[in-house]
Design a protein around this ligand. Sequence first.
Ligand code: ADP
Ligand code: ZN
Ligand code: ZN
Length: 801
Amino acid sequence: MTVAEVIVDVPTMQTNRPFEYDVPSNLSEVVEPGMRVEVPFGRGKRKIQGFVMKLKNTSDFKGKLKPIDRVIDLRPVLSSEMLDLSSWLANRTYSFQISCLQTMLPNVMRAKYHQLVIPKDDDDSENQKLFQGQDNIEVTSQMSDETIRLINRLKRQDKVEIEYVVENKASQIKRQAITTTLNPIQLREKRNELRSNAKAQLKLVNYLIDNLNNLPIELSTLSSEGINRAAIKTAEKNDILSVVEVTKRRKPVGVTPEKTTKMDLSEEQSQAVDQINQAIDSKEAKTFLIEGVTGSGKTEVYLQTIDRAVTENKTALMLVPEISLTPQMVNRVTGRFGNKVAVLHSGLSSGERYDEWTRIENGSVQVVVGARSAIFAPLKNIGLIIIDEEHEASYKQDDNPRYHARDVALWRAKKHNCPVVLGSATPSLESRARAQKGVYQLINMKKRINQQPLPHVQIVDMRDSENSAVKGDLSPLLQDKLWRVLKRHEQAIILLNRRGYSSFMMCRECGFVLKCPNCDVSLTYHKDLGKMKCHYCGHEEEVPETCPQCHSKKIGFYGTGTQNLERQLNELLPEARILRMDVDTTRRKGAHAKILKQFGDQNADILLGTQMIAKGLDFPNVTLVGVVNADTTLSLSDYRASERTFQLLTQASGRAGRADKSGNVIIQTFNPDHYAIKDAAVQDYETFYKQEMYLRHQANYTPYYFTTLISVSHKDEGQTLKQAYWLKRQLTTALSDSAILLGPSPTMVSRKQNKYYYQIIVKYKHEPKLHQKLLEILNDTQADTKKGFTVAIDNEPQHID
Ligand code: ADP
Ligand code: ZN
Ligand code: ZN
């Protein structure tokens, strides 16, 4: 007898364990771990999906096991490594194993797709019987067991292959194009029949004759050649051509990079490369932390160590914070490794994502670059994992399972016996502290490439009378520097540090702030819609003309938005070409890359934007970076506020003076003496680190303490609080005196989508009973989900708000 252990797709605590099912004899050669199956569940006839975790020959179950009904996948969609990982992840993140399994699959596998069986050998007699002359057959739930078994046997004998076909129109774009069946001679005859004043027709036919090799030709191409629709219609009527639909595969975002070759390494680079390569060669699951100033050439270190892994026939996995923001990094990797690279990111349609996933799974690629979820890429034989800008908060998922990609990377590295490289100019305090303790190996890169000096940074005190007197947001010094940059035909980046709540409406008469009726936040103005909108629930309303409270006309916009700043820049420097990059201008797919390319091609003088322009950009002609309001992130209630501010300012400053021209940075602030700002100005990570560690120590925060955040929400505030206090009592019973329990307290935005949010923070060093208690809490609060409660447990939260 064969028994399958199955994790079923019912996300509750009670079902968060494998269930045993009988594998009926007709499926015994079919079912494998990592496949999804359909099984009966509970009383009644309910059929649900599940993942086969394991096959075995015995069962301790006394009664009769229910049989598996049907296999959904004809080949495993998750490897045994991923199955193991899911158990670990569920435990670590206090989430259900089924959510972890689902998270690892590319989303297309969670949606609709077809499975096609394709013969590898057309002459094989069994294949001929199965396919009966068809190119392929589709696997359906109606297919008989015999057929399924036959397909499986043929698959094992390598006579057929299984392909997943995504039913996703998004991966394909249909375009109109022209084609013709006429040959050049016939076309010339047609041309001779045309009247000499039929200029448009002549042009079209000549174009066709010249481009017969490029058929079909898209209408958009024709229109850029000055051939219009009317001409095409006429030609169609005259049987010269026909209009057809063509499908065009969408290419992933980004420009096609130039091929690059290895650079001669600097002293610091080659020391870094040597150490990492040695760990690759000796298969050591060691973690390196590269603390390298901006412009020290970390990327070349990544590329040459990836190269080592690839040369040794291993694979490499590289994570970047958010691909659309770092097209340059992706180009550098694809530029070096060409079609050995797969790129995974959220901007891909599910079809594209699936294609990349398949290329990885079947071993067609050796290098994977992607954002957070790429850490689950089905690579085999991993030789190196790199996490660039390792301090970025985006490596932690905000929803269940709340995993940190760094933790998963360390887990996989152990499995594959390979090194992990964490790189940053501003490492997270946690990672730097681990390097201090010798858990990670620290690699310092203190010099910029070619001895290029760090940019010259000036801090502008906005409290000064000279600065506070100016109208608008740009200090006289920043105005002057901008003007000089334009005169020299160089480029500038202007960063607006904002928290997201800018351009809200306030009445200057009575202080009324326009807020969302459902959430406890102010509405923000969206220019495209011409409306006020809520960030959390999407509520929209018209811009009020008068104050709803006192009816004064003095209601207006507050907060410095990028649009506002753009206007100020336009007034100040009318001749400057300005590009704005913020949530409004980058909503469309590929918009980031387009703006960055325009700037890179020097078709603009000033790039103005929010946080998204601070990262990883390398533009040689940028000689000035201006930070308009350095303080906003300092005022966050989060204990990481200083760290985030330091990171942002250091990263932003690092964008200036990266090539042969020297760079200037202007930081405008109301807190010129704050250590995060002063240390960022001189790019002195180590001094910042020491000061910040001291303060974290004083306040008992990470990395001196572990932190867990438990939040609860419900429509009724009283109920929320009651549940929160119950949770607190539960936690108290499991904790020793040395643990610190904070809360319950309302979150910064305490009401979202008509629900109230309260949170409890546990800070601790060693609490052996806590883990079990949290699992119990997860279990106990499950039943309350029906009553509208949500309880979330966040292990090592990235934000506390
Ligand atoms: P980081 O990621 O550390 O900020 P980059 O990897 O972007 O730095 O490198 C900064 C610049 O120096 C890039 O333009 C890069 O092409 C160049 N560079 C890196 N290594 C070398 C080298 N060994 N020789 C010459 N130029 C280099
Ligand atoms: Zn709202
Ligand atoms: Zn008012």
